[in-house]
Design a protein around this ligand. Structure first.
Ligand SMILES: [Zn+2]
Length: 165
């Protein structure tokens, strides 16, 4: 309803101009049709002056509409413009996980901690310290080696330190 308001104002200016000219023309013709000299002169003057006033009057409204339209075009092409909400949601990087993951400072949290439910992006939950996935498997196998006496507790700590790095 209020989209392209600049264009609509320009259309309104044209409409008002032409309808004004039409109204003055009808009044003028009616006066001329009466037939005596005085009303004929007044009729001609009304057609001429009325049309001119309608035309000149529309300049301001048309110019205002043109100004808004030009401003909208400039704003739409500005590199600093704020995206509209529709563009923001359709072009937002979070709708494109691959692009989003490349953004600096963004950690894509794809899984949930099995222990506390915290969203995590690494195997170790920063909230409760619970270990998940491959890291949990490696940790379990190293712990088994310690229990079986294959490696020492010191070796375990060293290897785990390497995994966690
Ligand atoms: Zn947790």
């Amino acid at each position: 309803m209020f989209d392209n308001i600049g264009r609509k104002i320009q259309g309104l200016a044209k409409f008002c101009c032409w309808s004004g000219i039409a109204v003055f023309a009808i009044i003028g013709i009616a006066l001329i049709a009466i037939g005596d000299e005085a009303t004929t002169i007044i009729g001609i003057v009304i057609i001429a002056v009325g049309s001119l006033v309608s035309w000149i009057g529309s300049f301001f409204v048309y110019g205002f509409g043109r100004l808004i339209e030009t401003n909208e075009i400039i704003a739409a092409n500005s590199p600093n413009r704020v995206p509209t909400s529709v563009e923001f949601t359709s072009k937002a990087p979070y709708n494109n996980p691959a692009a989003y993951a490349k953004m600096p400072g963004v950690a894509v949290q794809q899984k949930r901690c099995e222990n506390c439910g915290n969203m995590i992006s690494t195997d170790i939950c920063p909230l409760c310290g619970n270990v998940h996935g491959e890291t949990a498997k490696k940790m379990a196998s190293l712990q088994k080696l310690v229990k079986d006496g294959v490696i020492s507790a010191e070796d375990y700590n060293q290897k785990m330190g390497g995994i966690l790095k």
